[in-house]
Design a protein around this ligand. Sequence first.
Ligand SMILES: N=c1c2ncn([C@@H]3O[C@H](COP(=O)(O)OP(=O)(O)OP(=O)(O)O)[C@@H](O)[C@H]3O)c2ncn1[C@@H]1O[C@H](COP(=O)(O)O)[C@@H](O)[C@H]1O
Length: 225
Amino acid sequence: MQAFADRAAINETMQTGLATFYSRSRGGRWCKGETSGHFINVHQLFTDCDRDSIIYLSDPIGPACHTGARTCWFKEAQLAPAEGPSGGSSSSSSAVAHEGAHDHSDHVPRTTLQALERTISQRREALSQPSDGSKPSWTARLLSNPELLCKKIREEAGELCQTLEANEGRERAANEMADLMYHSMVLLNLQGVEMEEVLRVLRKRFTQSGIEEKAARAPKQQPPQ
Ligand SMILES: N=c1c2ncn([C@@H]3O[C@H](COP(=O)(O)OP(=O)(O)OP(=O)(O)O)[C@@H](O)[C@H]3O)c2ncn1[C@@H]1O[C@H](COP(=O)(O)O)[C@@H](O)[C@H]1O
């Protein structure tokens, strides 16, 4: 979402950790979620180079958009082709944006991981439909065969390690990591885990050393003899 914030709203955000803005229509400060319950937990603030724009990096509790959509950006703007000099159009109006007809439930800008996660979900959904004779899908094969999936994940992890052990170079390492991530994401789909949950776990760990975290763990219960 995008909204205005004045100095007081930004100060409040920093003090409470909840995204707070300034409503120009109501002429006052508002904490996102105070009516809906959909608060936004802010964990980092960035300003742009000339300090007139701020990003609140955050974890939203529920949908961020007042329409109930996860994000406010669900309408795709399409760029009209630029007209040449004979078209009589000035350069400032050569690219005209207009809204696409997409519905917010499915059409939102996605990060690379979210786009891949969506494709995997679509393959999973297609498994429960009668086959439409479309192209064979490797993802569908993995989803239907957990044994093959786990074998591939172990194999890909081994190949990633080998890139270091056999000094295979950075391009190979990037490729093997991509293989491992893709196959692991198929497993996460079967487990009902979203990548966002994994990223949240990683973010939580930002402030803690791995050694300290392990030392603080509760002792494991011994299995009954
Ligand atoms: N990212 C991937 C992806 N990465 C790897 N693979 C497939 O995983 C398989 C890996 O098996 P291999 O045994 O060949 O293993 P390998 O390590 O690549 O090969 P070797 O080094 O062992 O020879 C290959 O078929 C790859 O094409 C992937 N298959 C699919 N995706 C994504 O999933 C989408 C949907 O794919 P389908 O479900 O196949 O339509 C694609 O558009 C991609 O975005």
